[in-house]
Design a protein around this ligand. Structure first.
Ligand code: ADP
Ligand code: MG
Length: 447
């Protein structure tokens, strides 16, 4: 992992664009990175009031920036300066669990993601069984396997568990895990590099494997050339009897702008879903994770956390990481007060659910116009621009299809697509639009 100064500087350059200049100088720039440890970045604020203000207004953005800078799940903790003394005394605390993973350059398969530490419950039983079967007999039983489910529910974990298991038991097989984004980047690069040679090296790489795992395939929506390449890769691998596993945040039929051939390949896979975990499974996961971190937490506290976090397992892990951190900081066993403190931060981050209505409302407030205008038919610039900005923001802040966004405005998804692309470009080239987008975003996130 990069050192704290590098991480923080990279984050600042992201945040500078997202937050208006005044607030950036007053609030964000005055934070200092204290340390990076255990997947946690600790920032200090000059005063407790400063800390509260930053947590309420900017924590989601700071966290977002952290995620962009570091690939692994990371937590941000903000302390006021008068709390630091204690941390420094404690800074010889040994980083736990996954430090070895962090140390290596971009590990392709994370050894932390294995079947042994995957907690099975009603929500993921089928996915687990199918993944296990594939790992035991790659290329035969369920080929391809398509796993879908919401964010942070374990798709990448279970997919990489297949890879890790196959690597262990069949070390002669070639295993390749790749995110769709990496696949696309490599593809584009290979086309640019060896023009005319039909991207030989790229094809050999992807068609020469025994197990190909492609993560987040919803990302290929609308990317025609990439879909074509993936389709050809499918064909080659399938004919050779090789195993493919796909993961996506939605089922095949809900991925927009997908080549019919690719869709039919996805749909003819064994399609299994992962649902949000119920309370019991959440408790079991917390139990497992705290054991792995060698921290003893009583059942009452585990339940307390599990009851209060939403269904996203990654977020729940984040809360647990904070609980453990705070218990070390205060040199105290995990008690309800520590849980409450960690959950407080979590609630700020969650900002409840954002709705399209709120985004439209905040946009109207910012531009001083009426909701009826924004969702209405008028086409003058004073209305069209706010309309496009709110479409852009709904697309950015919410995880819903373009058609659904269009529906809020009584328009086609192509109109939303156009708005999204136009505002994306303006955010870069036009300061006024950028400021508007950032301020409205802050309004929405602050409420
Ligand atoms: P997704 O790819 O679906 O967004 P991930 O696979 O990255 O989610 O999982 C998010 C985090 O939650 C990971 O740290 C993962 O280890 C953990 N996790 C998810 N499901 C489970 C589970 N059933 N048991 C244990 N840990 C889990
Ligand atoms: Mg994932």
């Amino acid at each position: 992992m990069k050192d704290k100064e590098t991480v923080w500087q990279e984050m600042l350059s992201i945040l500078e664009v997202e937050i208006n200049a005044l607030s950036f100088d007053v609030w964000v720039k005055k934070l200092r990175p204290l340390k990076v440890e255990d997947n946690i970045l600790v920032l200090t604020a000059p005063t407790p009031e400063h800390k509260t203000e930053v947590m309420q207004r900017y924590l989601p953005l700071i966290r977002g920036a952290m995620r962009k800078v570091s690939q692994s799940p990371v937590e941000v903790i903000i302390l006021a300066e008068d709390e630091i003394g204690e941390v420094e005394q404690n800074s010889d605390v040994k980083p736990s669990a996954n430090e070895s993973v962090e140390a290596k350059e971009q590990p392709v398969l994370n050894p932390k993601y294995n079947f042994e530490n995957f907690v099975v419950g009603g929500c993921n039983r089928f996915a687990y069984a199918a993944a296990r079967a594939v790992a035991d007999n790659p290329g035969t039983v369920y080929n391809p396997l398509f796993i879908y489910g919401g964010v942070g529910l374990g798709k990448t974990h279970i997919m990489q568990a297949i890879g890790n298991a196959v690597r262990m038991s069949m070390s002669n097989l070639k295993v390749l895990y790749v995110s769709s984004e990496t696949f696309l980047n490599e593809f584009v690069e290979s086309i640019q590099k060896d023009k005319g040679v039909k991207n030989q090296a790229f094809r050999e790489k992807y068609r020469g494997v025994d197990l190909l795992m492609l993560d987040d395939v919803q990302f290929m929506s609308g990317k025609e050339k990439m879909q074509e390449e993936i389709f050809n890769t499918f064909e080659a691998l399938q004919n050779a009897g090789k195993q493919m596993v796909f993961a996506s945040d939605r089922p095949p039929q809900d991925i927009r702008d997908l080549d019919a051939r690719v869709r039919s390949r996805f749909s003819s896979s064994l399609v299994v879903d992962i649902q949000p975990p119920d309370l019991e499974t959440r408790i079991a996961i917390l139990q497992k994770k705290s054991q792995d971190a060698k921290v003893n937490i009583a059942m009452a506290q585990l339940e307390y956390i599990a009851e209060r976090v939403s269904s996203n397992i990654r977020e729940m892990e984040g809360v647990l990481t904070k609980v453990i951190f705070l218990s070390r900081l205060h040199e105290r066993k995990v008690d309800f007060e520590i849980c409450r403190e960690a959950l407080n931060d979590y609630r700020v981050q969650e900002c409840d659910e954002i709705t399209a209505d709120e985004i439209i409302e905040c946009t109207c407030r910012y531009f001083n116009i009426q909701k009826a205008d924004i969702v209405g038919k008028r086409k003058n610039k004073e209305i069209v621009e706010p309309r496009q900005i709110s479409m852009y923001l709904i697309n950015e802040l919410m995880n819903i299809p373009l058609t659904a966004i269009g529906a809020f405005f009584g328009r086609e998804y192509t109109t939303v697509m156009h708005a999204r692309d136009k505002v994306s470009a303006l955010v870069v080239s036009d300061t006024k639009v950028r400021t508007a987008v950032n301020d409205i975003k802050a309004l929405v996130l602050r409420k």
